[in-house]
Design a protein around this ligand. Structure first.
Ligand SMILES: [Zn+2]
Length: 176
C-alpha cells in the first residue's frame, strides 16, 4: 500500500486499517530481506524486522553461511541490532516480523528479548518443505535429553550449583 493511501485512511479516521496495513508492510519488508539474501548469497532465504512505535528499528537477514555463524538467523541478527539501537537487552514495546515461523533457537532468543508480539509469514512446514527442518529440533526439545540425537550427558552438577549459590547472594547482578 502506498503512503498516500495510508494518509487517506488516517484522515478518514480508519486508524485500525492503517495499523493492519502497516503490519503487512513490515512483513513485506521482512520477506523482501529474505528474497534479497538469495541474490546476495549471504545466507538462507529468511528476513526479520523489529518495529517500535510504528517504525522499523532493526532489520535482519540470515547470515549463517557468509559469517560461518550457525546462530546468525535473521531474527537473531535483527534482535542484536535492535537491542544495540535501544541500548537495552529487552525489546520492550517492540514487535518482531519474521518471514518464516521462528525456529526453536530464534523462538528462545525472542522470548529472552521479550517483544510484545510475533508475526510470521511462512510456517514451519513450509520451511521443512524448502529443506529447513526446524520440525526436527522441535521434536528433539520435546524429548528427554537422554533420547536426543546429539547425546547430552550431565556431569559436575554440584560444582555448577556453587555458581548459582554465588549468584543468589551477589548484589552485583542485573536480573534479566
Ligand atoms: Zn532461527
Amino acid at each position: 500500500m502506498q503512503p498516500l493511501t495510508l494518509l487517506i485512511l488516517q484522515a478518514a479516521g480508519l486508524n485500525f486499517l492503517v495499523m493492519i496495513e502497516k503490519q503487512h508492510i513490515f512483513m513485506a519488508e521482512a520477506i523482501k530481506l529474505g528474497m534479497e539474501n538469495i541474490l546476495t548469497g549471504n545466507g538462507g532465504p529468511f528476513g526479520a524486522v523489529i518495529v517500535k512505535n510504528g517504525e522499523i528499528i532493526a532489520r535482519g537477514a540470515n547470515r549463517v553461511t557468509i559469517d560461518n555463524d550457525p546462530t546468525a538467523h535473521a531474527e537473531v541478527v535483527a534482535i542484536r541490532e535492535a537491542c544495540n539501537t535501544l541500548g537495552s537487552f529487552q525489546l520492550e514495546g517492540c514487535e518482531i516480523y519474521c518471514s518464516c515461523e521462528p525456529c526453536p533457537m530464534c523462538l528462545g532468543a525472542i522470548y529472552w528479548a521479550r517483544p510484545e508480539k510475533i508475526y510470521f509469514a511462512a510456517g514451519r512446514n513450509d520451511a521443512a518443505d524448502a529443506g529447513f527442518d526446524d520440525e526436527f529440533i522441535y521434536r528433539e526439545i520435546a524429548s528427554d535429553f537422554q533420547e536426543r540425537k546429539i547425546p547430552a550427558i550431565q556431569i559436575n552438577r554440584l560444582q555448577a550449583l556453587d555458581v548459582f549459590s554465588k549468584w543468589k547472594e551477589t548484589d552485583r547482578k542485573i536480573p534479566y
